[in-house]
Design a protein around this ligand. Structure first.
Ligand SMILES: Nc1ncnc2c1ncn2[C@@H]1O[C@H](COP(=O)(O)OP(=O)(O)OP(=O)(O)O)[C@@H](O)[C@H]1O
Ligand SMILES: [Mg+2]
Length: 450
């Protein structure tokens, strides 16, 4: 993070002396000649630390301190005092100043104080970001799935999470792309740093640019104060670019530069900022095809697609449906203050045979609606949304897609029959015309327990 320090002192020598010292230390510095100017600058810029003289024209240091504590409570203030005013400095500490320095200030001590104040400031800022993220997704940590396809994805996550490699997550709507991005961040050693998300499709081109890179004051109409972009906020952590397929060619160029050089400028700004950010991008578009059609830059595609995680649609991993349904049932029944113990056999068959074009999100919504509709302690077919209940002749048929192997067909037959028999293995073996031991062996072989 690049920190901005505001120095407010009516003594030109001190103001400029401290300013050039702190600039040499690598900070951005803004100078104010009195308390009123300092107040105005606080409203216009993102200030991380204020160094203020106690005696200033217009608005005194005491008043300025109070203004900062009331309006920018996370911005630390270091007070400068002349000889003989130590008492007021002590009072300032009581009023919330971070520390004080007597004039003429000792630069070594100033350097130390500034470092300490800013590291506290950084911690507070990051804590805030993390808190927001946690609140947004309290359910994190629970990626459900035991199908071979999902197991493979877990292995990939474990392998790539600790690296800095960019990850491109693709898959249909609602398959869990964002959930996987969360997992990659939280399994990485960046977990204590921010995970910042940008929904690229939701923002107009110019807005997206200033969201990503930030802007300086006056960069465009309405830019009344400087603002940090998501890249700066994500420094040290992860930036999740959702719906990356939607970004304009101009933003593609800028993004490419950050990926290549880790450098960028705020909109309307001249300073070049450097960041350390891990990029995860997601899309439900076929990005390769977008490249071929000339809608997406090939060089950017390769930068984003260092590791590719392709999430399979739910209909291709049906063995995860019961697990997901059970987890959502538990969560949503609790949320709706209902006691619901399970899903009856007919309803389970329907869930199993439905094609889930909206994938996991659709399954979750379906369970939510069933929980709300249910009058009993068990979800029945009647509780399911009509379009799902009525989609297809699921009741008396086993459906096996063309192109399946013998093994897949057998697996499907056993699974459907077990569902039909409510998990009763003796009954299933009887219907299938095989011995119980054979059935047990096959259940294990095909991983059909549950
Ligand atoms: N494996 C999973 N286990 C549990 N819940 C999941 C899983 N995958 C997805 N979900 C849940 O399904 C919903 C949709 O997931 P998510 O938002 O990650 O999908 P997406 O692929 O980003 O969708 P879209 O393309 O529409 O943005 C969320 O409520 C998420 O918590
Ligand atoms: Mg998403």
């Amino acid at each position: 993070m690049i920190f901005t320090i505001l120095i407010a002192d009516d003594e030109k020598n001190i103001r400029e002396g401290l300013g050039s010292f702190l600039k040499m230390e690598g900070y951005q510095v803004i100078l104010a000649e009195d308390g009123q100017e300092a107040k105005n600058l606080l409203a216009e810029e993102e200030i991380d630390l204020v160094i203020a003289d106690l005696r200033m024209p217009k608005i005194s240091g005491e008043e300025l301190l109070k203004h900062i504590k009331d309006n920018y409570s996370t911005v630390p203030v270091i007070i400068l005092t002349g000889h003989g005013t130590v008492e007021s400095a002590v009072q300032a500490m009581r009023d919330g100043a971070f520390d004080f320095l007597t004039k003429p200030p000792d630069l070594d001590r100033l350097g130390l104080l500034v470092k300490r104040a800013l590291s506290t400031r950084e911690m507070i800022l990051q804590q805030k970001i993390l808190q927001r993220e946690l609140e947004k997704d309290k359910r994190f940590g629970l990626i459900i799935g035991k199908s071979p396809k999902m197991k493979h994805i877990f292995e990939v996550i474990e392998q790539v999470a600790p690296t800095k490699a960019s990850v491109l997550i693709t898959g249909e709507s609602g398959v869990g792309k964002e959930k996987i991005a969360d997992a990659i961040h939280y399994f990485s050693d960046r977990r204590d740093k921010p995970l910042i998300k940008v929904h690229c499709a939701a923002l107009a081109e110019t807005l997206l640019e200033s969201e990503l890179f930030g802007h300086e004051k006056g960069a465009f109409t309405g830019a009344v104060s400087a603002k940090r972009g998501r890249f700066e906020l994500a420094h040290g952590g992860t930036l999740f670019l959702d719906e990356i397929g939607e970004i304009s060619p101009a933003v593609q160029v800028k993004l490419l530069r950050v990926l290549q050089e880790k450098k960028f400028e705020r909109v309307g700004g001249e300073r070049t900022l450097e960041v350390d950010v891990r990029i995860i991008a997601a899309t439900n578009k076929d990005l390769k095809a977008e490249v071929e059609n000339g809608n997406f830059r090939e060089d950017l595609y390769y930068r984003l697609n260092v590791v590719h995680v392709q999430l399979p649609p739910l209909r291709d991993r049906k063995e995860d449906i019961p697990l997901l349904a059970a987890a959502f049932l538990k969560e949503l029944a609790h949320e709706n203050n209902k006691t619901i113990n399970g899903i009856d056999q007919k309803a389970r068959m329907i869930l199993h045979h439905y094609s889930w074009p909206g994938n996991i999100r659709e399954l979750r919504n379906c369970i939510e609606s069933a929980v709300v509709m249910s009058r009993d302690s068990i979800i029945t077919a009647e509780d399911l949304p009509p379009h799902i209940r009525e989609a297809g002749d699921h009741e008396d048929y086993i459906r096996i897609p063309l192109g399946s192997s013998m093994e897949e067909a057998e697996k499907e037959i056993i699974r459907s029959t077990l569902l039909y028999c409510n998990g009763n293995k003796s009954k299933a073996a009887e219907i299938l015309g095989i011995g119980r031991k054979t059935l047990y062996r096959k259940i294990e072989e095909y991983n059909l327990e549950q």
